[in-house]
Design a binder for this molecule. Structure first.
Ligand SMILES: [Ca+2]
Ligand SMILES: [Ca+2]
Ligand SMILES: [Ca+2]
Ligand SMILES: [Ca+2]
Length: 503
């Protein structure tokens, strides 16, 4: 799928690792810059490089030129980036000035309303293999193969650790004399909207005696004996500890008011399977037969990360499947990559595996209008199958669904499949809106299901490792036609850069 590579800034560390290639470019620029150029030599050398650039046409030369213009800008600039939902994830390698510093002595600032203020951020340490360090273990779990609680450097900012913050919190450009007093090392961060060129700025500074960080905490995790709940700024989601699904979800308004529970089960993932040699068919209900075993978590001010091991025991055919799911919960969205590990190709013993995956909502969702990339006229959830719902276009591949409720706001979900899966299946539209028919288990009787019909999935389930991603966004106000505001987070991600700042 075309968005496969663009996913990387947000997603699973092993996959994100490839992003390193992109992130290295600014570092190369920076290093070459400091190493080669003394200040007074800059202009002359750039002229020479420019002369060479026509012949060489290299990205490096263009990069140097762009940086030189930035450095020479005489005055600070106002924030012009208008995006609000986007998270920013930047690897430590972009911050050569701050390499090896203690993370606890770093602070992130924005210049807002002519004041240099601390903003919410966190640094999530990673191991060289790209996996996140998760400091909190679920009782009974021991650190080891599945989870590590400490980075190799015990809390220093290294090249593979991630700095995380939200675009909505960054600010104007501040000249160095305005940076917070008392810092000894620091770097300017420039965030650019690739579509509009709009920019915003933040400042990562190191202190011997750091001032208090921002007090804002966007998301909190509660792990009890029976349930896991996440309370984020704009939603609450929860489910049984050993379940792969959520069975509670409510919107939280900007005024802090919590709406009703809109989730019966997110998601029901079910297949009608047929055995290859015996003429036996059975229903495979992933959300019922797959158990989740939480391993560890990190709860920071900008996001919560949880990791769980999944295990499926299909007793009927003595087949065991395992995997992991990691979840990243932010201000008003969550991202969930799932890794499947198959010991054998399912096609060896199944002739078909007719699959759908959908969220079953509660009746609190009634009145919401559902759209997707293919069904653009919208249908209304009300517990009854309308003619339009029966006539949905189901055989065209698409990867997102948008629901807009008249009072509760919007919900946009995305489903990213590995390209090898999309050779065999389409993510077709799927709505069953019928309060009279149950599909057990039902916490809320009736089906108000919205998701994807995937068809015969058997060719996708080959031996080995597969990763797919689900994104859930809860924008407060979003009209049909404005969905690019959300889709651009992944499809046209913000560009990140760092530099020494301006005098
Ligand atoms: Ca590290
Ligand atoms: Ca580290
Ligand atoms: Ca309906
Ligand atoms: Ca139901």
């Amino acid at each position: 799928m075309e968005a496969g590579l663009k996913l990387e800034p947000l997603l699973f560390p092993q996959i994100v690792k490839r992003l390193g290639k992109e992130s290295e470019r600014p570092l190369v620029k920076k290093e070459v810059w400091s190493f080669l150029l003394q200040r007074k030599e800059k202009k002359m050398l750039i002229r020479k490089l420019l002369a060479l650039s026509a012949a060489l046409g290299t990205v490096l030369v263009l990069g140097l030129t762009a940086r030189a213009q930035e450095v020479n800008t005489p005055s600070a600039a106002a924030k012009s980036i208008t995006r609000i939902f986007d998270p920013v994830i930047m690897e430590g390698r972009l911050f050569p000035e701050l390499m090896g510093k203690k993370i606890e002595k770093l602070r992130l600032f924005a210049f807002l309303d002519a004041e240099f203020k601390p903003i919410p951020f966190q640094i999530d340490e990673k191991l060289p293999d790209g996996s996140y360090v998760l400091p909190n273990l679920v009782p009974g779990v021991r650190a080891g193969k599945d989870v590590t609680t400490n980075d190799e450097d015990q809390g220093l900012f290294d090249e593979n650790d991630d700095l995380i913050f939200l675009v909505k919190d960054i600010g104007d450009r501040a000249v160095r004399s305005l940076w917070r007093e008392g810092y000894d090392k620091g770097m300017e961060i420039v965030i650019t909207d690739p579509l509009t060129g709009g920019k915003g700025y933040a400042y990562l500074l190191h202190f011997d005696l750091p001032p208090p960080p921002s007090e804002v905490d966007y998301v909190k995790l509660h792990i009890g004996e029976k349930r896991i709940t996440v309370e984020a700024s704009r939603y609450t989601m929860g489910g049984p500890v050993n379940a792969t699904y959520f069975d509670y979800g409510s919107r939280i308004g900007a005024d802090g008011k919590k709406g009703p529970d809109i989730l019966d089960r997110a998601e029901k993932v079910r297949a009608k399977a047929k055995m290859r040699f015996l003429r036996i068919g059975f229903i495979y209900a992933t959300d019922v037969v797959t158990k989740s075993y939480p391993l560890a978590w990190k709860d920071g001010p900008v996001r919560v990360i949880t990791r769980a091991k999944h295990a499926t025991d299909l007793k009927i055919i003595k087949f065991k499947m395992s995997g992991y799911a990691e979840s990243y919960f932010y201000f008003n969205y969550l991202i969930r990559p799932t890794i499947l590990e198959l010991p054998i190709s399912m096609g060896k013993f199944l002739s078909s595996f007719d699959l759908y995956g959908a969220i079953d909502f509660t009746e609190a969702i009634y009145g919401a209008k559902v759209y997707d990339a293919v069904n653009t006229r919208g249908t209304v959830l009300d517990g009854k199958m309308s003619e339009a719902e029966k006539a949905l276009i189901t055989d065209v591949d698409h990867g997102w669904v948008l629901g807009i409720h008249p009072t509760m706001g919007a919900m946009l979900t995305r489903l990213f499949f590995p390209p090898e899966w999309l050779k065999h299946v389409k993510r077709g539209s799927y709505i069953v809106d019928d309060e009279t028919i149950n599909e057990e288990p039902e916490d809320n009787p009736g089906q108000i299901k919205v998701g994807y019909y995937l068809g015969n999935f058997v060719k996708c389930l080959t031996k080995g490792r597969h990763v797919y991603y689900e994104h859930f966004y809860f924008p407060e106000k979003l009209k049909w036609g404005e969905q690019d505001k959300i889709l651009n987070i992944v499809d046209n991600p913000v560009k990140t850069g760092t530099g020494p700042g301006i005098e």
